[in-house]
Each structure stands twice: as C-alpha cells, then as structure tokens.
Design a protein around this ligand. Structure first.
Ligand code: NAI
Length: 349
C-alpha cells in the first residue's frame, strides 16, 4: 500500500493506493470517517485522466458516504474504492486486488457495487473477502432496486413540496442503468410521464418500449422542461450554467456528487428549485447493504421508504430556514458525526 497526497486526502482517516504491477492494475481505497461504524462504499471502475483525479474522486465519494450513513441512520461510516480503468486492464486481477485490500483492512471497510462494477466482478472480490455485497438479489437483496425505491420515495416527498402528484407529472431521467431503469418502472407505475436519455441506445430502446417514454439526445436531457430532473448517470452534471437554465421545478436522482461546483447549488436555490441531496435520496443500497453486513438484517421496503420521510423533513426545514436542502443536510450530517465522536471521547474517559 502507498500513501497519497496529504492535502487532497486531509479529512480522510486513511487513503491507500494499491497496485498489481503485472496486471497493470491500480486501485485506491478511501476510508473517510468511521465514527458511526465501519466504512461502507462500493467499487467504481472508470477511466481517469491521472491518479490524482482518481484520488480526488474516491475521497469525494467516501466523504459523501459518511454524510449518507449519518442521515440514513445506519451504524456505518464513509468509504469507497475506485479502480483506474484502461484498455490493458486485467479486470479479474484488479478486482482481486481490491478484494485483498478489503480483507487486509480487517473489518474497517465493507464494499459492494458502483458504476462500472458488475455482479460478476463482485464475485471475484468475494473470492478474497466476505465483506462484499454482490447486490444481485442474494443476501443483501437487489441493491440497485433498493436505491431506486429510495429515490422514488424521496421524489414523492419532492412532489408534495411542489404541490403536485406524480401522476401526469413529467420526469426527465438521465441514465437508464440499474437504478435509472428501475426508477423509470416505479415512476411509470405511479402515472408519471417519462423523458429519458442514455448514451447506450439499447437501454433507451428498452425503456421507450416498456414505459412509452420519450427519448431525447443525452446532451439535451437537462434542457427538457419537466417537473423533476432525475440525474441517474454520473456525478457533476449540475454545473453553474446548467443550473442557471435548468427548466425543472425540482431535482431528485441517484447520481452521487451531482453538483459540479457549489455555485450550481446556489443558482438552483436562488431560482426556487429544490434539490433533494443525492446522499439522502440514494441511500437505499447503503441501508440494505450495511444492515445486512452489520446485523444480518434483510431490510424491507418500509425501512427504505423512510428515505422519503427524511427528504420530506429536510425540504420543509430548508424551506423554513431559506437555505438550500443540501446545505442543511450537510450540516445535520456533520452534527451527527460530531456528536457521536464527542460521545465516544466522553465514553473513553
Ligand atoms: P449504471 O452503470 O448501471 O448506469 C449508469 C447509466 O448511465 C448507464 O446506462 C450509462 O450508459 C448511462 N450514462 C453514462 N453517461 C451518460 C450520459 N452522459 N448521459 C446519459 N446517460 C449516461 O449505474 P447505476 O448503478 O444505475 O448508478 C447510477 C448512479 O447512481 C451513479 O452515479 C451511481 O454512483 C449512483 N448510485 C448508485 C447506487 C446503486 O445502488 N447502484 C447507489 C447509490 C448511488
């Protein structure tokens, strides 16, 4: 294991870079904060321009996991793993490398799926450690379905805050993968009208055929007039210019770290467009995975749907305070972690 840039990782408990030189594999694992419990976070495999970008990404994702755990009230902390993808990657060796790293962290980190990682990849990880949730309907259940249900429950609360029902509402869904596709199913069943985009044409065709959705060019999805914009692809889609022009009445989706810059959150707030924070809406997989790992509990829909209650309270309090929901959510999460840390220090005296 190698230590990395102390500035980029300064608020993390531990960040390690691991390499399998023969397999041309590099992965980074970040444990952000384990005050509330062992770190939980999936494995992302994407291309990065350089190692520094991978470190920045894994740290930001692990940090968001800490806040997600705090607001979802699970006894877990924030962590994440990324594999630096490239044309010559020995995929099996890369996932084995992550599996060995999880095993070596000795119960401080539990992992599961994220963008670019399939159930087959996770079975490779599982050959090295049992601290992994495959997420395809086994022990911890279907994790993407849990995430989609949580986003849907949060969106129901957003609709209430906007003073309308999902039936007949227009929802623009960006990204039709495991979560976005399942979310479309829930929205269609609730009577919403779908406008969808994905860079994968087969996914678009399947959603259009199943739910009568209207497909638009991926570059145009954030310019579609709609009631709710649901980003379910990658993060960073809400830049300041996109936020300044977004023709939606609210935002609620699964994509992590959806704001490219703080100015985007400010712009949407100034325009009166409420955003359910991503780390509140997309906690379904975390709740299902963490409670399975830590308590052997198979959580049901009721527990996941509590995300809707959290979102409802957050939107109402943020509106009363006149601040962006993301700002309030972050404050509440930080307070919870700080209170737990103070309690732990007190207990140890
Ligand atoms: P996925 O990889 O199954 O789906 C992502 C989809 O986005 C793919 O269909 C891909 O083709 C599409 N996409 C990529 N770039 C795009 C673009 N520029 N425009 C439109 N579509 C694009 O990933 P999954 O699992 O559905 O996750 C979606 C998002 O939700 C990710 O940001 C992930 O980090 C986040 N998330 C997922 C959780 C889960 O349980 N799977 C849990 C929490 C967050």
């Amino acid at each position: 294991m190698t230590s990395v840039d102390p500035i980029a990782t300064s608020d993390c408990e531990e960040v390690v870079v691991v390499r399998d030189r023969r397999a041309h594999a590099v992965a980074v694992v970040a444990l952000h904060d384990t005050t509330l419990g062992p770190a939980h976070g999936g494995i992302r495999r994407v291309r990065y321009p350089d190692l520094a970008a991978a470190v920045r990404d894994v740290v930001a994702l692990a940090r968001a996991m800490t806040w997600k755990c705090a607001l979802a009230e699970v006894p877990a902390g924030g962590g994440k793993a990324v594999i630096v993808d490239h044309d010559d990657l020995d995929r099996e060796a890369a996932y084995r490398l992550v599996g060995r790293t999880v095993a070596r962290l000795g119960g401080r980190f539990f992992t599961g799926p994220d963008v670019g990682t399939t159930a087959d990849d996770l079975r490779i990880v599982a050959a090295e450690t049992d601290r992994v949730a495959i997420g395809d309907g086994g022990g911890a259940g279907d994790l993407a379905a849990a995430t989609a249900l949580g986003v849907f429950a949060a969106m129901e609360s957003l609709f209430k805050a906007l003073g309308r029902a999902p039936a007949g509402a227009v929802v623009a869904v960006q990204g039709l993968g495991a979560v976005g596709g399942a979310l479309c199913g829930l929205l269609h069943a609730a009577g919403a009208r779908l406008v969808v985009a994905d860079v994968a044409a087969d996914r678009v065709a399947a959603i259009v055929a199943s739910y009568g959705a209207r497909a638009v060019d991926p570059a145009a999805i954030a310019t579609v007039p709609c009631d709710v914009f649901a980003p379910c692809a990658l993060g960073g889609v809400l830049t300041a210019p996109v936020a300044a022009a977004l023709p939606a009445r609210g935002v609620c989706g699964a994509a992590n770290n959806v704001f490219a810059e703080p100015a985007a959150a400010v712009a949407l707030h100034a325009r009166g467009i409420p955003v359910v924070p991503d780390f509140v809406a997309n906690a379904g997989a975390l709740i299902a995975g963490a409670l399975w790992h830590l308590r052997g509990e198979a959580v049901g829909e009721v527990r996941i749907r509590r995300i809707g209650v959290t979102a409802r309270d957050l939107l109402a309090r943020a509106a009363a305070l006149g601040c962006p929901p993301s700002e309030l959510a972050l404050r509440l999460a930080e307070e919870r972690v700080a209170a737990a840390r103070a309690g732990a220090i007190e207990d140890s005296r």
